[in-house]
Write a protein that binds this ligand. Sequence first.
Ligand code: DC
Length: 229
Amino acid sequence: MKITVAIDGYSSCGKSTLAKQLAAALNYSYVDTGAMYRALTLYFIRNQVDIFHPDQVNNALNNISIEFKINPKTQQQETYLNGENIESEIRINPRVASVVSEVSAISEVRRFLVKQQQQLGKLKGIVMDGRDIGTVVLPDAELKLFVTADPIVRAKRRLDELVEKGQATTIEEVLANLEKRDFIDSNRDDSPLMQASDAIVLDNSNLTKEEQFDWVMKLVNQHIGSSTN
Ligand code: DC
């Protein structure tokens, strides 16, 4: 019996790490909706799309195709924009991090991506992470998690990731970007980041990745058990 797992939460809470661990352990597919918003944002930056001009936005949406493919060498999922592998660029380009929340607040953009995400979510055996998965994209998901952590802990984790990828930045810059994104994501008019009423809160400030994984696997097994009854 396969279920759908929806994971929402603040920026850099380790949602994607958790989602990937779960998908691998359960042999489920993983859909990283943040990567879709980042890919679309990269297209907007490269093509100088003015987000205040609906015609330019709609025109851009007609020319964007986003796909996920598994890299056969690493077995990791990578994001493609119009056939180009942009996985690394969407993670390290600071322009993407700085404008992705503004781009994600545009209703046309959300309609465009939510439709694709709902299509992917029709299959059972999906772990999807983002900001509006339990509330808007997959409101019928059997298990919904809302992940949170102390902002300083999150900024430190994100800084470590960026340094590992060779990006020069500071904890102050990273924290400011996280707080700005959380604010815009939580306060936009269209499908803001919020906890679904039936979501289970997971504060991982003081949990290792392994402890978090074990905690969530117990929940998943309970849900798989109850879905077969
Ligand atoms: O998960 P992430 O940090 O890669 O997401 C990047 C941005 O995309 C995030 O700041 C807000 C937006 N986003 C969204 O609005 N809705 C989603 N379901 C996923 C991401």
